[in-house]
Design a protein around this ligand. Structure first.
Ligand code: ZN
Length: 179
């Protein structure tokens, strides 16, 4: 798929680097966030982190709305508090064809900055909470498949090969959402 920005895919080593905090809130940062949103919409994802498009900075974009018209941008996001546990079925734009269950915090309190540098706090739960946790993992070089045991991952890989053979990939492995 041709997207505005190229999305790095597993096992690309660049996805494993830790991203650095944003210090300069300039027009370049705004442009990158805009391009990331376009890329996310083009690939039907609900979230995208800067390292996925080869920018090693702590910037994420998200839109979980049905109409795809509620873009959110988080700069230097940090989880300050968390509670509860929820199992989410996740896919990732950087790990095509794999879908698996991951345990996440049910609700989190985060602190982040807007594109103009202004700080804000938010208490979030549901899909938005899952999405933010998945994206912050990207900023730390972590992928959702890291939560899965090698044995299960191998099983998933075999299933993908089988599904592909059956030309049934779309139906069998399409995740609920891509983050
Ligand atoms: Zn992802």
């Amino acid at each position: 798929m041709n997207t505005k920005l190229e999305i790095l895919e597993f096992p690309d080593k660049r996805l494993r680097k830790t991203s650095v905090p944003v210090k300069t809130f300039n027009s370049e940062l705004k442009q990158l966030a805009e391009d990331m949103l376009i890329t996310m919409y083009q690939s039907m994802g609900i979230g995208l982190a800067a390292p996925q498009v080869n920018h090693r900075i702590r910037l994420i974009v998200i839109d979980i709305s049905e109409e795809r018209n509620e873009p959110m941008v988080f700069v230097n996001p940090e989880i300050e508090n968390s509670s509860g546990e929820v199992e989410s079925s996740e896919g990732c734009l950087s790990v095509p064809d794999i879908k698996t269950e991951v345990n996440r915090f049910e609700s989190i309190e985060i602190r982040a900055k807007k594109l103009d540098g202004e700080e804000f706090h938010m208490k979030i739960d549901g899909l938005l909470s899952i999405c933010v946790q998945h994206e912050i993992d990207h900023l730390d070089g972590k992928l959702f498949i890291d939560y899965v045991s090698e044995i299960k991952l191998e099983r998933l890989r075999k299933k993908i090969i089988k599904d592909k053979k059956a030309l049934n990939l779309e139906k069998q492995t399409k995740p609920d959402y891509l983050i």
